[in-house]
Ligand binder design. Structure first.
Ligand code: B12
Ligand code: SF4
Length: 532
């Protein structure tokens, strides 16, 4: 195989930013897979340049001049930037590949702009793409392993790419790791509800932790597992075996049902400094939060009690909620969340507006069938800039009124002060204040108010929300132009629109996309290409 000049680009964000939180944290949100893909490409003998775009650097300046093959990793919010980059690279003769959440959720759409769109990605898939490295136009080839990879290069092997990324993080530097993929739970809104749980080799994990202790003064590790600690004792045994208690600080996303008091005691001993459990709803998903059939205020009190218990052992807790679920009706769900905020001042509440990311979750088929999915450009699909599912039980103005009221309550000076004093450690305290006064708190209040104002005063804007027109309001188009900056000119104009019901169409009118594992380039071409 000839040696290729390969570029791997991790799009942490979709455009330039100066937000305080972004400056402090974006480099810590880097993904693992772009580092993995870069490691594999190099191991296959290719020359690799790696770019992690955090919104703080001049992206145009960092792009390589001549390149044969470009891998881009993107969330849906960065899809338009990814499409523009792909177009730019194709115009100078490169072949382009998209991987990551957007590729998995909007495969058909991405295939219009990339030569390859990857689903589950293992080393064989990457090797095949490197071997073939061909143009697939107008429709890209979809390549996916049959299942999630059974092994990934660990931190030691990825260090070459982790280290320069961490240099961009000014204060706290967080190393991303994975102990498992998939999840045994089946929350219908989640991409992993249909992906079997699978732990990784604990020896690699132990080696990585030892490597980190030797390499960094006091390492911080964020577990990117969808649900950390499913096999709790096994993973904690491994951590204890590799690193002395407290030598590493850990962050993990874990469901409340896994955070029992004995587990919390062990997490505390082992330096777990932040956990992010999902509460999601006061009416549904009781199995996740171990609240069984408790609903409403009963669930609020039970979860609050549990979170206060967690805070005795873990200094930073973010509780995640989804706003606008079909089970929500009237003011009650929002008032219950306010009540939770008051009862649990030490927790930072993370709010997501209900979003249907293409084929991410089984529940999205229902929304599409009911004609409730709006075609907001991908740029706004980040759980808060736009809600692309029309709420079942609220009008848009009513819904935004409730969201604004809840957000204002959560980020009032009183709540900020209570959160500050309820916490014991300096860094979590500071982090909460930064999050509140930056884009996430004050920034969102201002943004939601603007949406709310326009719902009353800007008729084309309102008609778009009411699904009476698909003509994109200038309010949104202007933001895309601003964020893409010099790359706007490379964005194919039709990329501003997508078929928001493509998943339903694929499931009903024509056979589902071939999720074929194939490490034989000819085979996947025969098996079909996305969108064909
Ligand atoms: C860990 C996690 C995070 C972490 C780490 C994020 C990161 N940079 O990786 C944190 C907490 C920071 C985070 C933040 C956000 N997240 Co998040 N997150 C997850 C979670 C739980 C696991 C993802 C993961 O790393 N899995 C492990 C990897 C190895 O597996 P995988 O994702 O399935 O990837 C496979 C393939 O897609 C492919 N692949 C993946 N990346 C790449 C890259 C390349 C170049 C290639 C070739 C292949 C490839 O290979 C993998 C192996 O098969 C998922 C939900 C879930 N259960 O999966 C949501 C999820 C990915 N997040 C989501 C969202 C929306 C967000 C936020 C926008 C939320 C917000 N408003 O803040 C931000 C965006 C932050 C950012 N830009 O980095 C959505 C994405 C939907 C979408 N289509 O965009 C998901 C799917 C949850 C959901 N709502 O359904 N997230
Ligand atoms: S527990 Fe979390 S990762 Fe597992 S299916 Fe539910 S939302 Fe997804």
């Amino acid at each position: 195989m000839r040696q290729l000049r390969v570029a791997v680009i991790d799009l942490v964000t979709k455009g330039p930013t100066r937000a305080l939180f972004a400056r402090a944290m974006n480099a810590n949100l880097a993904s693992i897979m772009p580092q993995v893909v870069a490691t594999w490409c190099e191991a296959e003998g290719h020359q690799v340049s790696f770019i992690c775009y955090t919104g703080l650097e001049d992206l145009a300046e960092h792009l390589p001049g001549t390149v044969d093959l470009v891998f881009i990793g993107a969330f849906t919010e960065a899809a338009l930037l990814a499409y523009a980059l792909s177009n730019r690279f194709r115009s100078i003769g490169a072949v382009t590949v998209l991987g990551g959440p957007h590729a998995r959720c909007y495969t058909d759409d991405a295939a219009k702009y990339f030569d390859y769109v990857l689903g589950f990605t293992d080393r064989g898939v990457v090797r095949d793409v490197l071997r073939e490295c061909a143009r697939h136009r107008p429709t890209g080839a979809y390549v996916s392993a049959k299942r999630q990879p059974v092994a990934l290069p660990g931190v030691r092997e990825r260090w070459k790419y982790i280290e320069p990324t961490l240099r961009k993080a000014p204060i706290i530097k967080i190393v991303p790791m994975l102990a498992s993929l998939g999840c045994p739970y089946t929350c219908s809104f989640c991409i992993d509800s249909v992906v079997p749980y699978q732990p990784f080799d604990l020896d690699v994990l132990k080696d990585d932790l030892r490597f980190l202790v030797q390499t960094l003064k006091r390492p911080h590790v964020a577990w990117h597992d969808p649900n950390f600690g499913v096999r709790f004792d096994e993973i904690l045994d491994a951590i204890e075996d590799a690193a002395s208690p407290g030598s590493i600080d850990f962050i993990a996303e874990s469901s409340l049902s896994l955070l029992s008091e004995p587990h919390l005691q062990r997490l505390q001993r082992n330096g777990f400094k932040a956990v992010l459990p999902g509460v999601e709803s006061w009416y549904e998903l009781g199995n996740k939060s171990k609240t069984a059939s408790r609903k409403g205020i009963e669930k609020v009190e039970r979860v609050s009690e549990h979170v206060r218990l967690i805070l005795k052992y873990v200094p930073y807790v973010q509780t995640n909620f989804v706003l606008g679920l079909d089970c929500d009706q009237g003011p009650e769900p929002f008032e219950l969340t306010k009540r939770f905020v008051d009862l649990t001042p030490g927790a930072f509440p993370g709010y997501s507006l209900l979003s249907a990311f293409g084929r991410a979750a089984p529940l999205n088929l229902k929304f599409q069938r009911e004609g409730r999915v709006l075609p907001f450009p991908f740029h706004f699909l980040d759980n808060n800039r736009a809600m692309n599912v029309r709420p079942k039980n609220y009008s848009w103005p009513e819904f935004y009124d409730y969201v604004i009221s809840l957000t204002r309550h959560t980020f009032s000076w009183r709540a900020i002060a209570r959160r500050f004093t309820a916490m014991r450690s300096a860094v979590p305290r500071l982090m909460n204040v930064v999050r509140a006064v930056s884009s996430e708190g004050f920034g969102r209040i201002a943004y939601y108010r603007e949406i709310r104002r326009r719902l009353d005063t800007d008729l084309p804007f309102r008609r778009y929300f009411e699904q009476e027109t698909t003509e994109l309001p200038e309010f949104f188009a202007a933001q895309i132009r601003r964020d893409l900056g010099p790359f706007w000119s490379f964005l194919p104009p039709e990329a501003l629109q997508h078929d928001q019901n493509a998943y339903l169409l694929a499931e009903t009118v024509r056979p589902a996309l071939p999720a074929v594992a194939t490490h034989d380039p000819d085979a996947y071409l025969k098996a079909g290409t996305a969108g064909a």
